[in-house]
Design a protein. Structure first.
Length: 89
């Protein structure tokens, strides 16, 4: 009887894990993400001088690295163009 309970518990745990993995895969497909083994979307924040820097293609000084959230705050947060600190967007 004890072996039956352990086996039933193990099967239930495996089934629950499979449901979670299936739900994650469906969420990725439903959101339009492709999964071919590559990371399609990568958040690229960099820390420099005590500020997080994010890439903006249309900031106040043109395309480049700005403090995150400062792309439209004229005169503030400019880091540099592509290649700033060796960073690529």
């Amino acid at each position: 009887m004890r072996k039956l309970i352990l086996a039933t518990t193990a099967i239930a745990a495996l089934a629950a894990g499979a449901l979670v993995l299936n739900a994650s895969a469906q969420a990725a497909v439903g959101s339009g993400l492709k999964s071919d083994g590559l990371n399609v979307i990568e958040k690229a924040d960099f820390l420099f001088g005590g500020h997080k820097h994010c890439w903006y293609g249309d900031g106040w000084h043109g395309a480049g690295w700005y403090w995150c959230g400062y792309a439209k705050r004229k005169g503030k947060g400019w880091g540099g163009e592509e290649g700033f600190n060796g960073w690529k967007h």
